[in-house]
Design a protein around this ligand. Structure first.
Ligand code: DX5
Ligand code: ZN
Length: 226
């Protein structure tokens, strides 16, 4: 699939979501952060907004659920129109069943790891997934500083995927900008969420192309097939 950019709507103007989505028509996905004030100390949006967004944009929706009990709630986001649904493994009771349910509904299944959650315990689960999200900030807020301590985990995750011949997408989210994207791409990430670096730019579409070019150049330089 190559390098993909998924701008996070969290950094956009919530009073004008449809027109904000229209500014990033060159993105591969639109990243939608659902927060429930329990799993993370912030509250954003839920199913009705996702349903409306799905009607308002052609860009596929990349749902990032920062919520308790995703086992119960995640499937409804597929019904609401999400093309990809990512749950946090720290919150899921039965991640294998949940990933299978999401795939059976026709969506891509993603699993997210907070910065302190290691990837190794989930090695055997990886074939059940379409995407692994390695958070590069503590989830909950946009505009935080990138955590360099997450880089070794991205590298280890890439090695596991390669060792098992898996074609999962490896997504990073949090503090991704032109200043940090190359480090992530070098470590093996191929799917990049960026909130403030895209919606905070004067020209979000140009910001997306800048990020894409920086990541692609790094993949080429490290002789990976992006
Ligand atoms: C944070 C969210 C991110 C956030 C990223 O918990 O999951 O998607 O919007 O924002 P930036 O790119 O500004 O760090
Ligand atoms: Zn996110």
């Amino acid at each position: 699939m190559g390098i993909q950019i998924s701008p996070s709507l969290l950094a956009s103007d919530f009073a004008n979501l449809a027109s904000e989505a229209a500014r990033i028509g060159n993105a591969d996905w639109l990243h939608v952060d659902v927060m429930d004030n329990h799993f993370v100390p912030n509250l954003t949006l839920g199913l009705p907004v996702v349903e409306s967004l799905h009607r308002a944009t052609q860009t596929p929706l990349d749902l990032h659920l920062m919520i308790e009990d995703p086992d119960r709630w995640a499937p409804a986001y597929v019904e609401a129109g999400a093309g990809s649904v990512t749950f946090h493994v720290e919150a899921a009771t039965a991640p294998v069943r949940l990933a299978r349910d999401l795939r059976a509904q026709g969506a891509r299944a993603g699993m997210a790891l907070r910065p302190a959650t290691p990837v190794e315990p989930y090695e055997d689960l990886l074939p059940e997934l379409d995407m692994l999200l390695v958070m590069t900030v503590e989830p909950g807020f946009g505009g935080q500083g990138f955590l360099d301590l997450c880089l070794p985990k991205i590298r280890r995750a890439r090695r596991l995927l390669d060792a098992h011949g898996l074609d999962l997408w490896l997504q990073v989210d949090g503090g991704i900008s032109e200043a940090t994207i190359e480090r992530c791409a070098e470590a093996g990430a191929d799917t990049f969420v960026a909130g403030s670096a895209v919606f905070g730019a004067d020209d979000p579409a140009a910001a997306i192309e800048g990020l894409r070019a920086a990541a692609a150049a790094t993949w080429d330089a490290t002789s990976r097939e992006a």
